[in-house]
Design a protein around this ligand. Structure first.
Ligand SMILES: Nc1ncnc2c1ncn2[C@@H]1O[C@H](COP(=O)(O)OP(=O)(O)OP(=O)(O)O)[C@@H](O)[C@H]1O
Length: 240
């Protein structure tokens, strides 16, 4: 496997708060990597630094060998890194179709074939075709999440970062989401996912990274990490 994203010595301070304190991490081409850790351990900050929302205090982010640490968010997106947020992001007053259409207009040019290049293909993939003419603002939460996935895919990312994609979803909706995300690597899309739901992470990820107080405390095969005493300890000393 080849690392497509390499993070080295990443540090981020907000005033006196150290959100990340020297994180090294790589994401391999074609993998679904999971990032877990207690509340406030730096997971979302890590995504915000990768995507150019925040500049790191120290350290570097390299994408396919190029340093992207100082790129703006739209440049990172243009380079092929997509992002879904903890809060589902869509224009509530526009229809589902219109939302996806706008996102498609911001698709980057890719040389390789991409399976979802039109709103129709994207809505079909996430199962929202029947709701195409509904306003996004009236969608139930689970469908709004699926719309978020369609919007992220519309930009044709080669790596997609998912921040708590299953938060607030019921078991059936979570299963639908897992089914979709598992298909991404076959289409040339690597995945990095943050979630607190260990059942979900075990279904999705062969490798897990654990952050605690801004530091990486474990990185390895999912089952090894979940039985690592240091990891069990940060999760309140209980079995996961
Ligand atoms: N914009 C900001 N300004 C100040 N402090 C921040 C900011 N963003 C994050 N922090 C702080 O940085 C630390 C890491 O926060 P972060 O949101 O990255 O954690 P997290 O692991 O994603 O948490 P959660 O699981 O609750 O989403 C926390 O102490 C948080 O309060």
């Amino acid at each position: 496997m080849n690392a497509i994203l390499e993070i080295s010595g990443l540090k981020k301070q907000f005033g006196g708060v150290t959100a990340l304190s020297g994180v090294d991490l790589s994401i391999e081409e074609g993998e679904i990597l999971g990032i877990v850790g207690p509340n406030g351990s730096g997971k979302t900050t890590l995504f915000n630094v990768i995507t150019g929302v925040y500049r790191p205090t120290e350290g570097h982010v390299r994408w396919r060998g190029h340093d992207i640490t100082s790129l703006a968010a739209h440049e990172v997106s243009g380079a092929g890194i997509g992002y879904t947020f903890q809060q589902a992001m869509a224009f509530p007053g526009l229809t589902v179709w219109e939302n996806v259409q706008i996102a498609c207009e911001h698709a980057r040019n890719t040389s390789r074939p991409y399976p979802w290049t039109t709103p129709a293909a994207l809505l079909d993939f996430v199962g929202l075709t029947a709701l195409a003419n509904e306003r996004a603002g009236v969608l139930p939460f689970g469908n709004l999440r699926l719309l978020g996935i369609a919007l992220a895919l519309a930009t044709r990312p080669a790596l997609i970062l998912l921040d708590e994609p299953a938060a607030g979803l019921n078991d059936k909706e979570t299963a639908t989401l897992v089914g979709l995300v598992k298909q991404f690597p076959a289409h040339g899309i690597s995945v990095c996912v943050i979630d607190h739901d260990m059942k979900l992470m075990q279904m999705l990820c062969k490798r897990l990274v654990v952050l605690d107080f801004g530091s990486k405390i474990a990185d390895g095969p999912t089952q090894d990490v979940l039985s690592n005493p240091k990891v069990l300890e940060v999760y309140l000393g209980g079995a996961l």
